[in-house]
Design a protein around this ligand. Structure first.
Ligand code: NAD
Length: 312
């Protein structure tokens, strides 16, 4: 019998709430908004508010707030934001020890209740968290992916568009590598509708945009005291739709490398094709020597974090 897709959102905080709002508005499936027992009221309250929102906006999907993993059973997509966000002055890596315990708990439950799902991890530090999710849940690598590159590329897209005085709709930017200070905005693949960016903007201005992109999350944390949530949620929903609708979108995502780009047993941001099979392919693109060196540096930073998590 046909049935609606089921989307489980683990963590009903800022990003979780916005994910639920978008999933409902775009009617990609019924939504389960999960949080810990102490926050069950928050999950239930947001769920009810969003169901009522459907009566105004004209969507009709079921949204359940819960702290019971049984309600997440059989989900098609699981999006994980469980954990704590940064406060001003913190790096993403500062969150490792606290969020590691949380992700292990979530992964154990994914393993028993949602073993057939496509799992998108958002919690930071992203690359180490998605590595742990795959390890503990035992799900195949193609069904465990991290969201960072879509967001970081969107930030760079906006900065380029504003600088050039063109619509962000026409800018294509690509940010690879780990989701931290070492991320790699790959300027050689940035274009305005196919026109290489370097022919449109001077080196100093481009360098400044690269720097602002790498600090793009921190800029928002400093302004509002916590992490961004609108764009992160939209980025993850784009990835979920690519899977659910077999869109074969090529997106920069934290994917499990097994030799690609010279990295083994490592999650890092690389261009991937996302379709009904999950991460169907990691696309190997040619990088110039400087970009490859930056990616290697980023991979080393991610590996250090993964090694640190093995000791915790
Ligand atoms: N990957 C990215 O690009 C990106 C971007 C922004 C934020 N983030 C990260 O996403 C995470 C969530 O951010 P937020 O702003 O939504 O935080 P938030 O504090 O608003 O929400 C997190 C929620 O997770 C819940 N939680 C804690 N332990 C849990 C568990 N075991 N099971 C289920 N839920 C649990 C908390 O109770 C809280 O409601 C943070 O780690 C943040 O750093 C990542």
């Amino acid at each position: 019998m046909p049935r609606r897709n089921k989307i489980a959102l683990i963590g009903a905080g800022n990003i979780g709430g916005e994910l639920a709002a978008l999933a409902a508005r775009e009617q990609i499936g019924d939504v389960v908004l999960f949080d810990i027992p102490e926050k069950e009221g928050l999950a239930k309250g947001k769920a009810l508010d969003l169901e009522q929102n459907g009566s105004v906006l004209g969507y009709d999907v079921k949204i359940t707030g819960t702290s019971n993993w049984d309600d997440c059973a059989g989900s098609d997509v699981v999006i994980v934001t469980a954990g704590v966000p940064r406060k001003p002055g913190m790096s993403r890596d500062d969150l490792l020890s606290i969020n590691l315990k949380i992700i292990r708990n979530v992964a154990e439950n994914v393993k028993t209740k949602c073993k057939d799902a496509f799992v998108i991890v958002i919690s930071n530090p992203l690359d180490a968290m998605v590595f742990e999710m795959k390890k503990v849940s035992g799900l195949p690598a193609k069904r465990v992916v991290g969201m960072a590159g879509v967001l970081d590329s969107a930030r760079m897209t906006l900065f380029l568009a504003r600088e050039l005085g063109v619509s962000s709709k026409d800018v294509r930017a690509m940010v690879l590598g780990g989701h931290g200070d070492t991320m790699v905005p790959v300027t050689s693949y940035c274009t305005v509708n196919g026109v290489p960016i370097k022919t449109l903007i001077g080196k100093d201005k481009l360098d400044a945009i690269v720097t602002r992109t790498a600090g793009g999350g921190g800029e928002i944390v400093k302004l509002m005291g916590t992490s961004a949530y609108y764009a992160p949620a939209s980025a993850a929903i784009a990835m979920a739709k690519a899977y659910l609708y077999d869109e074969k979108r090529m997106l920069p995502c934290a994917a499990y490398c097994e030799g690609e780009y010279g990295y083994k047993d490592l999650y890092i941001g690389v261009p991937c094709v996302i379709g009904g099979g999950g991460v169907e392919k990691i696309v190997s693109i040619e990088l110039n020597a400087e970009e490859k060196a930056q990616l290697d540096k980023s991979a080393a930073a991610v590996r250090e974090l993964v090694e640190a998590s093995k000791k915790l």
